[in-house]
Write a protein that binds this ligand. Structure first.
Ligand code: NAP
Length: 521
């Protein structure tokens, strides 16, 4: 623990100074946080970024075919409409350029400490001690904007280390690698894999796709935007907003309803996916292998029009026989066959239970976030955790992440954070954290509601499920989440004026740690 002066530990809302806010991560939610917090008058901001550039997922993912299956006019910041999107569904490099441009334009970039991963966050009421790059500093508020899909999941397949060719995870793409004339193997059949298969199959000598589970795929209605439309967007006031709102409504009324259990929309999605498969895969044997045995939209629905034509090509092989092991020359499947490969791509997804972990986060009473979650991360309204005062997450556990714009979700969450800071300022609070009781009520309601969603009833395994097999995802409509974020109920929070007094109350600490943990302690 660092020794700090009395002045440094004086609650910001009682001393009239600006709160020192640390934002961990300079991806899209970190950028949104800086822009909106500054607009709201919170100016003392420091961003810690583990890599050398802003952009988060769009910086890390550089694989061929990378694109966003959420429409461009919806996958943008509300404060930075872009009339120049070239396509209805933007390609990765264009989104990364937009992130960088926005960060530069709004003065985010100079606030970022690049190549500075945060090692530890320790709460010493009412401030956080943040350790990064061997240095410990004090902040009043911490915002974890670390994203969900950023820790590559590398499968435990025997012999993986023995492979003699190039081998990498999709989020670690080798930029200078020429795939022409190579035998390429891809393990995994999620959204990432579908985009890569669609992009590279034509150029490689042979593409072997190792499928453990077939996926339902909806066509992606891609379209290039012409100069007239871009001109209109630029010059007609409100047209950008209308485009944003139009896409929001169309998604909320269609795929969102499907995932939440609307039978009619689900029937449409199922029909559209089956038709997509039948129309684009002529070979009945291949079609059978590509047909999932669970309901459409149970896993994160894939939107892709390039996959079926690519996997139907003569140089593509869909391997459904299980993987026995990896050898120096390729992959041996359980039927004894060796699939020779020059390059092995792991399209095996991400460790989704980590969020800000493995950063050590230590809250009240010395409780560690990793221990508290124990592989089953939960949060109050996807943003805060009992026992971790003045600590907020963007895109934290239990948020709405299924087939909608995460930029929109992050912006709602930043608005909620700002309302909370304003509340602290108005009431001269030293700290706030959700009550254990409110956290439990919210999570129990969620656990009940999520059982009616297709993620639970659809009969599949997916990254939405936690280690207990329960979807760790917001089970109501984004419109409801929007209302909740706009109207915080501060009765759900412990609002602490005098932290020293609070810390000496055993009952309050017990509540903050949760009953069982307190008993064990
Ligand atoms: P993913 O959806 O989690 O898919 C991982 C794939 O790897 C699955 O097919 C899985 O098989 C397979 N796999 C994992 N371990 C394996 C093993 N040991 N042996 C064989 N197969 C294994 O990952 P992703 O495709 O990277 O996508 C993750 C998420 O990123 C998406 O769901 C989406 O939210 C987001 N994303 C979005 C876009 C976009 O356009 N907006 C694009 C790409 C990604 P099983 O199905 O059998 O588990």
């Amino acid at each position: 623990m660092t020794t700090i002066s009395k002045e440094q530990s004086q609650p910001w809302a009682q001393s009239g100074r600006q709160p020192r806010i640390a934002i961990v991560g300079a991806g899209m939610s970190g950028i949104a946080a800086v822009v909106k917090l500054r607009k709201a008058g919170y100016m003392d901001l420091t961003v810690f970024e583990k890599e050398g550039r802003v952009g988060g997922t769009w910086r890390e993912n550089r694989y061929p075919g990378l694109s966003c299956d959420i429409p461009s006019y919806f996958y943008q910041f509300s404060f930075e409409p872009n009339p120049d999107w070239t396509h209805r569904f933007s390609y990765g490099p264009e989104i990364q350029a937009y992130m960088q441009r926005t960060a530069d334009k709004y003065g985010v970039t100079p606030l970022v400490r690049f190549n500075t991963p945060v090692d530890e966050l320790r709460y010493e009421a009412p401030v956080w001690h943040l350790t990064a790059g061997g240095k410990t500093e004090v902040f009043d508020v911490v915002v974890a904007a670390t994203g969900v899909l950023h820790h590559p999941s590398v499968p435990e397949i025997p012999g993986l280390e023995d492979f003699a060719g190039e081998k990498f995870h999709t989020a670690r793409w080798q930029d200078d690698l020429d795939l022409s004339g190579k035998k390429v193997g891809i393990i995994g059949t999620g959204s990432t894999s579908a985009q890569i298969v669609g992009a590279i199959t034509e150029q490689v000598e042979k593409l072997s796709l190792f499928q453990r589970t077939a996926q339902w795929m909806h066509p992606l209605w891609q379209k290039e935007y012409g100069p007239v439309w871009k001109f209109l967007l630029r010059h007609i006031p409100g047209l950008s907003k209308l485009a944003y709102w139009g896409v929001l409504q169309s998604i909320e009324q269609s795929f969102v309803r499907a995932t939440l259990g609307n039978k009619l929309v689900l029937a449409y999605v199922a029909w559209a996916c089956r038709r997509n498969l039948e129309k684009n895969v002529a070979d009945p044997e291949l079609r059978a292998k590509l047909t999932p045995d669970y309901k459409a939209a149970c896993k994160r629905l894939i939107f892709c029009s390039s996959f079926y034509p690519a996997i139907s090509r003569d140089n593509a092989d869909l391997v459904t026989e299980g993987i026995e092991r990896v050898e120096a020359k390729g992959i041996r499947t359980r039927d004894g066959q060796l699939h020779e490969l020059d390059v092995l791509v792991l399209a095996t997804g991400f460790k989704v239970s980590n969020f800000i972990l493995p950063t050590r986060v230590i809250g009240e009473g010395g409780q560690e976030l990793g221990g508290r979650w124990d592989g089953t991360p939960r949060a109050h309204r996807a943003m805060s955790i009992p026992g971790f005062p003045n600590f907020w997450m963007l895109e934290g556990p239990t948020g709405p992440v299924g087939n909608i714009s995460l930029i929109m979700v992050s912006e709602y969450q930043v608005d909620y954070l700002i309302s909370s800071l304003n509340k602290m300022k108005r009431d001269g609070l030293a700290a706030m954290a959700p009550k254990q009781s409110a956290f439990e009520t919210y999570n129990q309601a969620m656990a009940e509601a999520v059982r009616h969603t297709i993620w639970f009833t659809g009969g599949c395994q997916s990254w939405y499920l936690d280690k207990e097999g329960v979807p760790n995802i917001y089970p109501w409509t984004p419109a409801r989440y929007r209302r909740e974020m706009r109207n915080p109920d501060f009765n759900e929070y412990r609002l602490m004026k005098d932290v020293a007094e609070f810390a000496s109350e055993p009952d309050a600490i017990a509540e903050s740690m949760g009953a069982e943990q307190a008993v064990a302690a």
